[in-house]
Design a protein around this ligand. Structure first.
Ligand code: SAM
Ligand code: SF4
Ligand code: SF4
Length: 362
């Protein structure tokens, strides 16, 4: 019998004091949070047009993506990454846009693999069957693949690029065969669109060693038409899966882990839920994002970046880069998800537009 009663909490909890393990560090933000996790967006382009991320009406043929000279070069990214690792960053995730559309990404991975850091990547999987071996050979250890449904019609409606499920599954298999498993599989759940496929996904990947992570649809950016009504609370997802396959809550791997872990009581592996809307996890947020053109964002819901590219290109030395990063982090007080309401999430509520996820990376 299941041991755990699963709570449903719809409202974001009030802000809490920083967790003790973060309190008072020499290099922490205003809420006592250290910098541990860096997400680097290597391109703002993508071959999908997921309706919740890059809606085709906005990201159409007239949309102005960044011109090549504005992108950080691999050498610039690697140089910054070294500085970040020297400041205590333990994990780097390459993202985008779609990271695998950036030419020769393996070369960057090779450069970053030399650092003492947990190196990973998030991809839509479309090019993975072709690239998995080369990514592994370059030094990638593991990856996350996004897949919103196993039903072709639903998946195609969500990626809006007519891309079939089978090709993503092929990519996941290729990644596992190349030694990049277990693969984490991200499913963004949107009410009335793919929420009836939550169980199919659990059924399919149970026992495979891969880990499905259900993500609440977020109001990131200003273009995806987010409404609170479209969010299926993670607790509801856990309850639905639990009704068919009993689940037990598992401990986080480390403080600040984004996904809440649940394992199947029968030993068939685990799932994760990412409840950024209904159970905000800002108090442990140790993530910094570096945009494709080299701006730092201290929150996924940020409006303004802090330009590092200009410093880099003006010949700044390591100390100057370090000082800038530390100053930005020390001034950080972001906790958007904790103070989000249906009103603040509306694009018109923001005086400035929130930055798009395809630009700063998920
Ligand atoms: N293109 C890659 C991919 O899709 O995996 C990497 C970039 S994508 C922005 C990173 C992650 O953000 C994906 O798992 C995607 O599903 C998720 N994502 C994008 N928009 C989202 C939204 N509005 N709410 C929740 N998750 C979102
Ligand atoms: Fe592209 Fe990923 Fe955004 Fe989908 S979620 S449009 S695959 S960047
Ligand atoms: Fe971190 Fe901002 Fe997300 Fe809160 S809302 S968890 S501060 S990125």
């Amino acid at each position: 019998m299941p041991e755990k009663v699963i709570p449903i909490r719809l409202a974001a909890p009030p802000a809490r004091a920083p967790a003790p393990h973060y309190a008072g560090g020499a290099f922490a933000d205003t809420l006592g949070r250290p910098l541990r996790d860096l997400r680097i967006s290597v391109t703002d382009r993508c071959n999908f047009r997921c309706v919740y991320c890059m809606p085709r009406e906005v990201f159409d043929e007239n949309y102005k993506f960044l011109p090549q000279p504005q992108l950080l070069s691999f050498e610039e990214i690697a140089r910054l990454a070294r500085v970040f690792v020297g400041l205590g960053v333990k994990k780097i995730r390459l993202t985008g846009g779609e990271p695998l559309v950036r030419r020769d990404l393996e070369r960057l991975i090779g450069m970053l693999a030399e650092l003492d850091v947990d190196l990973t990547l998030t991809t839509n999987g479309s090019l993975l069957a072709k690239k998995a071996k080369a990514l592994k050979a370059a030094g990638l250890k593991r990856l996350t693949v996004s897949l919103d449904s196993l039903d072709d019609a639903t998946f195609k409606a969500m990626n809006d690029a007519d891309f079939p499920v089978a090709k993503v599954l092929e990519g996941i298999d290729a990644a596992a065969a190349a030694g990049l498993g277990p693969v984490k599989i991200n499913m963004v759940v949107k009410r009335g669109v793919n929420d009836t496929h939550v169980l199919d996904m659990a059924r399919h990947f149970r026992g495979s060693g891969h880990i499905v992570r259900y993500i609440e649809f977020m109001d990131v950016g200003s273009t995806n038409g987010w409404r609170m009504d479209d969010v299926i609370p993670s607790a509801e997802i856990v309850r639905r899966i639990h009704a068919e396959f009993p689940l037990l809550q598992a401990d986080p791997h480390y403080p600040g882990e984004v996904a809440e872990r649940w394992r199947y009581a029968d030993g068939a592996g685990e799932i994760g839920v990412i409840s950024s809307v209904t159970q905000a996890f800002c108090r442990d947020c140790n993530r910094l994002r570096l945009s494709t053109e080299g701006s730092m964002y201290t929150c996924l819901f940020g409006q303004n970046g802090h330009d590092l590219r200009s410093l880099l290109r003006a010949g700044a030395d390591e100390d100057a880069l370090r000082d800038e990063i530390v100053a930005v982090w020390r001034a950080r007080g972001d906790r958007y998800s904790e103070i989000r309401t249906a009103q603040t999430a509306l694009p018109e509520a923001a005086r400035l537009r929130k930055v798009e996820m395809s630009y700063i990376g998920g």
